[in-house]
Design a protein around this ligand. Sequence first.
Ligand code: NAD
Ligand code: TYD
Length: 352
Amino acid sequence: MTILVTGAAGFIGSNFVMNWLDKIDENIVSLDMLTYAGNLENLSSLSNDSRHFFIKGDISDSELISSILNKYKPRAIINFAAESHVDRSISTPENFIQTNILGTFRILQNTLIYWESLGKIDKKNFRFVQISTDEVYGDLEVESEKFTEDNKYLPNSPYSASKAASDHLVRAWHHTYKLPVITTNCSNNYGPFQFPEKLIPLCIINAISNKPIPIYGDGKQTRDWLYVKDHCEAIRAVLENGLVGDTYNIGGDSEKTNIEVVELICKLLDSVQPRTDEVTYLKQISFVKDRPGHDRRYAIDSSKIQKELSWKPKETLASGMKKTIKWYLDNDEWIKNVVSGDYKKWIDKHYS
Ligand code: NAD
Ligand code: TYD
């Protein structure tokens, strides 16, 4: 059997594919458009794995999606493909509308045609899993209860609005056409292979490169951090045992302000790789202009998935951060290629 993973060369997608092939002996077709955020080097450990097939392509390309579905006949699709960075969504929203909304519509529509062509048992067992975010719930007041699956969608950024729109399409394709979908809403992820435009890798890389570590505004915004491998395991649990039509919140029970996160990274770096002048990395923290429309707080109540699917995060923020820092320190070649954009040249050579 086979599953199709979209956005598989990105941060969470690549971790998911590697985690899957490590735990489960089932083929994966990876589809990714290889935008600036998609890096085939993330999947290089699988280059000799005969269970893995990579296809460069766009989820908005109906002809391609339809041919992939008919050729590989996946039993499930995990849809990670998206434009994912809030700051980019503020400066260039159009790509977000294109991929997150139109792209999701196209892959849903082609999945529906494929699903309707399946025999009775395959049709019953098929799943479309939509990977979404806690950001669709909007800004949480300091005193408010954490987000549950019953919270209203109140997105505030072009990114979260486009993800909310895609989640609504997924819901409608289930309600109207009975397509067997499940949606997950996860909090902020961190871990290996995250593109260094996001807070945690940016902070680690700037710290060891002796550059300022930018904190937006007062740094008191809070996020609920989850180690990426824990997210991957939650998605596997949802795929295997989640209820069709349901949504599942996934979080790390690890709410921290941005400044707390950055201080943790600086202190861990001080002990594992002190600066040559032995001054603390905390000295590199630099408060900069705030992000427009910056949500103050997100926090996930993950009791539903914990109770119904027996999943819980294995890493605390401290243990996950130690692993993450070690990975970035051990992978300076990956960092060099990402920062210089060299991985894009490789893609252009092999795929143009
Ligand atoms: P990412 O930006 O690292 O990866 C996205 C991947 O999708 C890239 O490899 C990119 O090339 C690919 N892609 C973009 N447009 C495409 C298209 N039209 N067709 C095919 N591929 C395309 O993002 P990520 O952090 O790995 O996030 C993956 C998913 O998880 C996204 O849907 C995001 O909304 C969701 N999510 C992320 C987080 C987080 O903290 N990173 C938290 C919750 C949910
Ligand atoms: P980010 O990693 O971009 O994820 P998201 O916006 O999806 O939550 O940002 C996490 C938090 O860190 C967010 O509150 C914005 C803040 N931030 C900074 O303070 N400085 C930075 O340089 C970046 C990239 C983010």
